[in-house]
Design a binder for this molecule. Sequence first.
Ligand code: NAD
Length: 439
Amino acid sequence: MLRGENIKAAKGKLGVLLVGLGAVSTTFVAGVEAIAKGNAEAIGSVSQMARIRLGKRTENRAPLIKDFVPLAKLEDIEFLAWDIFEADAYEAAIKSGVLEKTLLDSLEPELRKLKPHKAVFSTDYVKKLSGTHVKKGANKLELAKQLMEDIDNFAKEKQLDRMVMAWAASTEIYLEADPVHWTIESFEAAMKDNHPAIAPSMIYAYAALKMGIPFLNGAPNLNLEIPALRTLAEQNKVPIGGKDFKTGQTLMKTIIAPGLKSRMIGVNGWFSTNILGNRDGEVLDDPESFKTKEVSKLSVLETIFEPDKYPLLYGDLYHKVRINYYPPRGDNKESWDNIDIVGWLGYPMQIKINFLCRDSILAAPVLLDLILFTDLAMRCEMFGVQEWLSFFWKSPMTAVGLYPENDLFIQQTKLKNTLRYMMNEDLITHLGLEYYNQM
Ligand SMILES: NC(=O)c1ccc[n+]([C@@H]2O[C@H](COP(=O)([O-])OP(=O)(O)OC[C@H]3O[C@@H](n4cnc5c(N)ncnc54)[C@H](O)[C@@H]3O)[C@@H](O)[C@H]2O)c1
């Protein structure tokens, strides 16, 4: 790992390759364009807005993270996208209904320029969608090669220095790991055979990793965790990350659950329901896509509460998650959580949370932070799964054999200490030794 002045500079342009040009991607692209022009603020983005304390509290050093570590500048980002619909970023953003038309009109020339390439897609993996803007090829390996050609042309045309690819496309159906996923060789052979265990998202990931480009999986699809893709990332020395952006209801869960646990308050029921009416909601209305999302949403509480270590407090937790497609709400999701908690001497209490959130408004800054930090990891020569970025994932990937850390506050400490370590600063334990040593 390279640290301090040895970290490669963020010079030149960073290409951001977006799979899917829907609500999240267009909100992200329009936001980056508006912020780069100085017309909007990057609220919600840790890389742009958060400060990091350095050294002892008496030193009063707390620079912005973007001034502390060498991150790519928003003005240096160029976009490429793939989608199964032909709509450019302006039309897709209008259709997504997240951002106001006046803002989109002010960015129309930039957004119109982002026209998606034909996608690698099959309705077998997203049952609720069918599109015509789709690549054709003899087999799945051929399709991967077509993606690589798109990337090559883009890199040459824009004279890019570096790239990061992110999956911000629809959630695919639930897939189990298959023996063809075990090695790169079996994976490539299966691509040639058009094996059904190779989903489109895996074809994009393969194309990126093969070209030495980091890949981020913003949806809960089975993808980077299969051994073939993990090995490819390590062989080609590429950082990777997933899965499923942590926004909305799960963000709330990972804020509240660690707080209850830290005070040893028991929880025996957590019922979460959602209504949303965007295309993501429509896709998740299909039971097979919902299953993928459900697994990702359910996994969070288990690792925070550790029921095996605290059976009395969390051993009987009943956790239920529902997502209901309800078109009138569009991207403005509403979620309700009922939490049945248990206090002193076993007395029951309840917490109710009603979150009226805007899904893509929460997801866009997460996508930006993940891209900028992953590009930084690449320049630090940090390869494979980037656990220090667990902070941003609903279902964070880990090193093989380890359990994920879902507690948002532990994740934040890990993120900030990794940045301090990169820049040769002392790690902060919050021990306050300077005070005791004076006594
Ligand atoms: N918005 C959030 O808060 C949030 C949080 C976590 C995860 N996610 C995930 O991010 C993804 C994007 O969400 P969204 O709200 O933008 O959804 P969306 O439906 O608005 O956009 C997804 C786009 O992907 C396209 N697409 C589908 N399959 C494709 C393929 N194989 N190749 C290229 N394009 C393809 C669709 O045509 C669509 O335009 C979803 O999987 C969602 O579950 C979103």
